[in-house]
Design a protein around this ligand. Structure first.
Ligand code: ZN
Ligand code: ZN
Length: 279
């Protein structure tokens, strides 16, 4: 592989991943401000959101390096990524998406649980949990060691498991969308979906928000499969309504001249220690 091709791909992908993050998280942050005014409006939350953006943009750089290696290898025919939809049976198109998502979910679940171990948590995973509560900008807010742990999987899979370019784009879109919506601090999916058969299988904000509150459960990324199998699933959060009511009343108080009245988390500038890591 030519070094110049790899470096050009790394710079290009850093820009693509960084801009994709800013665009998608920006849209959902805007939507949050419109649909849930006051939810993340405090000065403490705005400071946290600046921190989330800095860590996320560093993650974009880290994700771009193995992705650039895969892209450079693809150009010389060295990966299992294919562009001709008929190169494999058509049923493989949707199945390959599910296989990639399941393997990514499996990697995420086990590395995530490992990062909640007492020794690893402060080094690798505390940055992500410093978002209390997380916002759309927390989608890629990870310490660089955590970003490294997640950066290699999909590029590595693309060398061994055949996937069409379009199917790979779907995987990356699902990854971006769920990484963002799971951190909104409110539920974007209709209640009947979250509490129906969709929500029994697929992880949404109601599930991941509970992980950010009590740390010791709900470790999955896309599916509840591993959490259920390993008995770490504590179901979906039922208290968004209360948090949203509190946010609304804080916004009202602010409008009436009360100034910055905090965000109800009781933590000052992220200095209050969170619950102990699970293991
Ligand atoms: Zn999270
Ligand atoms: Zn965690």
């Amino acid at each position: 592989m030519q070094l110049s091709l790899f470096l050009a791909a790394a710079v290009f992908l850093t820009l693509v991943i960084g801009l994709r993050y800013l665009a998608v998280a920006g849209v959902f942050a805007w939507l949050t401000a419109r649909r849930r005014p006051g939810l993340h409006g405090s000065e403490r939350s705005r400071r946290q959101q600046r921190r989330e953006r800095r860590w996320s943009l560093l993650s974009a750089l880290i994700y771009a390096v193995p992705a650039a290696a895969a892209l450079a290898a693809y150009r010389s025919g060295g990966t299992a990524i294919y562009a001709d939809a008929n190169a494999y049976p058509l049923w493989w198109l949707p199945l390959s998406v599910l296989v990639y998502l399941f393997l990514h979910d499996t990697w995420f679940y086990w590395t995530h649980r490992a990062m909640h171990a007492r020794r690893l948590f402060p080094v690798m995973h505390k940055v992500h949990h410093d978002s209390r509560p997380p916002t759309a900008w927390a989608a890629m807010s990870f310490h660089w060691t955590e970003s490294l742990s997640g950066a290699f999987l999909i590029p590595a899979l693309s060398f061994v498991i055949p996937i069409h370019l379009g199917a790979l784009a779907v995987v990356l879109a699902v990854m971006t969308l769920f990484g963002t919506t799971n951190h909104l601090g409110w539920e974007i999916f209709p209640r009947r979906l979250v509490h129906g058969s969709f929500g029994k299988i697929v992880i949404t904000a109601s599930h991941h928000h509970r992980h950010h509150k009590d740390y010791g459960s709900n470790f999955g990324l896309y599916f509840r499969f591993w959490d259920r199998l390993m008995r770490t699933d504590t179901g979906v959060s039922g208290d968004f309504g209360r948090e949203e009511r509190e946010a609304r009343s804080r916004a009202d108080r602010r409008r009436l001249g009360g100034g910055d009245v905090g965000d109800g988390t009781g933590s000052g500038a992220g200095s209050e220690p969170g619950p102990a890591p699970a293991e």
